[in-house]
Ligand binder design. Structure first.
Ligand code: M6R
Length: 605
């Protein structure tokens, strides 16, 4: 999704901005642009290009010097990808330049009024409306011009504004789309994502919704869109710049799958309490007395985070005996759900910025609910809007498709379930058993990853399929859902996930030799039931790839994963299927890190 980067200081700005844009490429985009200026040579110089950042770079003229600038990667919403629709957008006099993430909901009305007033638009974007509104403001300062314009717009935005008459500053504002300031030595950065900043500074200030900031080379100040000063508290980004690099792998996806041993070790670190056979979750802000009053748990997330939430709900119900379920946040927010004071709501998100999940949190908070976050990005919007929560500590996840964060989120839910369980009725013995199981995970993940060679061969064998079926039962069903999502996202093979128990209620009609089935078959109380499903598929000549704890006689191939405690089985069973999706897509020549039509953080409706 769209990305913003800006700089003000003494350095040559264009290479800095292009490097920042490259760091944001992982978010997904279709065009890019940059505008620069400097106090010595005022006036705005702009270059834009449809396509990749390297296409933009190729267009940047040799003489393109400046010390202040803003740049953008665009993910089309209003108007097709094109040079004209790429940001920044300038007014007719080339005085004001705006880059914008988000959507201006009343852009059509505002555009009509501006056109009636004689304004000529050069693009089809909603953003250009903002440029003209700022340019037409008669207010004396850039801050007031921006404020006046923002008063007229409805919708979401993270914006950065440059003005040829105020070259000593960049003005930024946030409402629903992230804006982070980076504090350097006599230089300041701004970006929509810390990924664009961390190679220069790790001291950041994250703006809140309704907040604006003015950044100058040696100074910054924050204030509300109404003009009152706010207190900015700089924080240090934990993640190193190197963690955003490919680290010798061919793709980020491969790197991130391979990082799971360390990532899981990290989410466990410092949280296990052997004395009471439980776990400590420092940021939960939920004491034992309150935890005992919870009557339901409702988990909300999108895509992979929703799937992790489904496993989390199962774990909470099993270990803490609290009725729990998960629902896509994107659905929940629109169905006027009954908000119950005795329900604990949990929002799950890798980025912490997914708009659907954030909107669900805001609606819940407005109605007085207690909401926790299970989030990867520290200081993200969901992390800040929730009453407490659990960080999943997966480290930066750059690839559009989520892998290590899925695994870490499920482990974080196992910790939460164990914590709630031990406050309620989970025995010391079960606590000990699960802690031992959690501790085994990193080594067992390493064992799964060692099978990559065989999984690659299997993937190459199945890569010709037009469509695939994924099945699992109870704990295995969310694993099937996630594995099918992974496959479709990067290979574009159509895939369906069904509870194995539902096969005979319809999808069995699809089974034939050309439709392979991937079956999750753990050694649990449902093993025989799952085997019966494999029999049913075999009887219809369907090909079967099983992920199991032992070779499955009815399957054509079995990927055998190490056995852990039954409740924790979903954690390990998902990992070989990440590799399976990866190698299937690779065999099909797909652009794995940049799957078509997808963006990393979906920060718009
Ligand atoms: O950042 P989030 O976890 O909130 O993102 C939610 C989904 O957009 C995300 O998981 C998406 O489904 C990924 N492409 C999955 O690989």
């Amino acid at each position: 999704m769209c990305g913003i980067v800006g700089y003000i200081g003494k350095r040559d700005v264009a290479p800095l901005l292009l490097e920042g844009l490259q760091r944001l490429e992982y978010r997904g985009y279709d065009s890019a642009g940059v505008v620069i200026t400097s106090p010595k040579t005022p006036g705005l110089k702009m270059v834009k290009a449809k396509g990749r950042v390297r296409d933009l770079e190729a267009r940047v003229p040799k003489r393109f010097a400046g010390t202040t600038g803003i740049a953008h990667t665009r993910w089309a919403t209003h108007g097709a990808p094109s040079d004209e629709n790429a940001h920044p957008h300038l007014d007719a006099e080339n005085k004001v330049a705006v880059v914008h993430n988000g959507i201006i909901d009343n852009a059509t009305d505002l555009r009509a009024k501006l056109v009636a007033d004689g304004v000529e638009f050069l693009s089809e974007t909603d953003t250009e409306v903002l440029t003209h509104l700022i340019a037409r403001s008669q207010a004396p300062t850039l801050e007031e011009k921006v404020r006046e314009a923002l008063r007229l717009v409805e919708g979401t935005y993270g914006i950065a504004v440059l003005h040829a008459d105020f070259t000593d500053r960049i003005v930024v504002a946030r409402n629903g789309s992230p804006v982070v300031l980076g504090i350097g030595e006599k230089e300041m950065f701004v970006a929509s994502d810390v990924a664009a900043l961390v190679s220069h500074t790790r001291q950041v200030v994250t703006l809140d919704d309704g907040e604006m900031a003015t950044i100058k080379a040696d100074d910054f100040r924050t204030y509300t869109t109404e003009g009152s000063r706010t207190t900015a508290s700089p924080t240090t980004v934990e993640w190193e710049a190197e963690s955003y690099d490919m680290g010798g792998h061919d793709t980020y996806m491969h790197k991130e799958i391979s990082e799971q041993v360390d990532a899981v070790d990290r989410v466990l670190r410092g949280r296990i309490d052997d004395r009471f056979s439980t776990v400590h979750l420092g940021g939960l802000n939920l004491d034992a007395r309150e935890a005992r009053t919870i009557r339901r748990v409702k988990i909300l997330g999108c895509g992979t985070s929703y799937h992790a939430g489904l496993i989390g709900a199962g774990l909470i119900e099993e270990l803490a005996r609290i009725p729990a379920d998960a629902e896509p946040a994107s659905e929940f927010r629109y169905r006027n759900a009954v908000v119950d004071p005795d329900t604990l709501y949990v929002a799950v998100s890798q980025s912490g910025e997914t708009y659907d999940a954030l909107a669900a949190v805001q609606e819940l908070k407005r109605k007085g609910a207690r909401v926790l976050g299970v989030v990867n990005v520290v200081g993200s919007a969901i992390a800040r809007e929730t009453d407490g929560g659990v960080y999943v500590h997966a480290g930066p996840e750059v690839c559009v498709v989520s892998t290590k964060c899925f695994t870490n989120t499920v482990v974080a839910f196992a910790l939460l379930a164990l914590h709630l369980g031990r406050i309620r009725d989970l025995s010391v013995a079960d606590g000990k058993r699960l802690i031992a199981g959690l501790r085994k995970l990193p080594d067992q993940i390493a064992e799964v990853l060692q099978q990559e060679g065989e999984i690659k061969k299997l993937a190459e064998e199945y890569a010709g399929a037009q469509s695939m079926m994924f099945i699992g039962r109870v704990r295995g069903y969310p694993v099937a859902l996630e594995a099918s999502l992974k496959l479709k996202e990067i290979s574009y093979i159509h895939a369906e996930a069904y509870p194995a128990s539902e096969l005979k209620h319809g999808p069995l009609a699809l089974i034939e030799p050309a439709l392979p089935t991937v079956a999750i078959v753990p050694d649990d109380d449902l093993l025989e039931k799952n085997r019966a499903a494999l029999e049913e598929i075999k009887a219809r000549s369907g090909r079967i790839l099983a992920v199991a704890h032992q070779e499955q006689e009815k399957a054509d191939h079995t990927i055998v994963v190490p056995k852990n405690e039954t409740e924790l089985d979903p954690i390990l069973m998902g990992i070989p299927l990440q590799l399976f999706a990866y190698h299937t897509a690779l065999a099909m020549g797909r652009d794995i890190d940049k799957p078509r039509n997808l963006a990393k953080s979906v920060t718009v409706e």
